[in-house]
Design a protein around this ligand. Sequence first.
Ligand SMILES: Nc1ncnc2c1ncn2[C@@H]1O[C@H](COP(=O)(O)OP(=O)(O)OP(=O)(O)O)[C@@H](O)[C@H]1O
Ligand SMILES: [Mg+2]
Length: 232
Amino acid sequence: MSDAPTVHTRGISACGLVKHYEGGRVRAVDGLDLTIDAGEFVAICGPSGCGKTTLLNLLAAVDRPDSGSLSVDGQVLTEMSETGIDTFRRVTVGLVFQLHNLLPDLSALENVQVPLLGAGVSRNERLKRASALLERVDLLDRKDALPAALSGGERQRVAIARALANRPSILLADEPTGALDSRNGQRLLDLLDDLQRENGTTLVVVTHEQSVASRAGRILNMLDGRMTDGAA
Ligand SMILES: Nc1ncnc2c1ncn2[C@@H]1O[C@H](COP(=O)(O)OP(=O)(O)OP(=O)(O)O)[C@@H](O)[C@H]1O
Ligand SMILES: [Mg+2]
């Protein structure tokens, strides 16, 4: 063993992260520091408007920060080109949006395959993986339904299956149990536990539900665009 300091090569490391809107009037993320180890299950809690969704979007490289440094899964996002960022989004992270963002003209089975298009995965393999994921969220019998014909909770489960299609090393989820009843909420939490245990997936889940937060290894509280305690 060497005495070298721990380097969070595969986890998440943010330092002085800033994302403002409306010319600085809205300080959504405001000098935030955060360290998450690879394979951790972290819950992020905080009042509405404190910047949780903005932070997840930065971690997923859906948005880019105004300043600060951010490294995710060993990749320094704040120094990467657009091409590198594209690959990162496709390969490294799965994101479950607060609003599930399913494509309305595609069936459940097709929606789950979207991240695999252009990823060099054969049609057969795509179908196989998407079916297995829908089965895992208990929706295989609804595979041909369009989002409009699914309930809110069912759409949320399709969105979760879609986020897992690429077998991401980091899964970011924004209120994933918000639209689920307690039975399906528990099933989702079991699925997250399995992912963490079997694949070493790093889980970052925004939630206001105690039942979700209590399953995480660590709870981080966010307020006014920053973590309030011990997050770095
Ligand atoms: N595109 C945008 N343009 C301007 N302001 C924005 C934009 N997106 C978010 N904001 C503002 O940034 C702040 C943080 O928003 P964010 O969506 O990150 O909050 P949140 O913690 O996820 O809230 P909630 O729990 O309600 O989902 C809010 O004041 C919001 O109004
Ligand atoms: Mg939000």
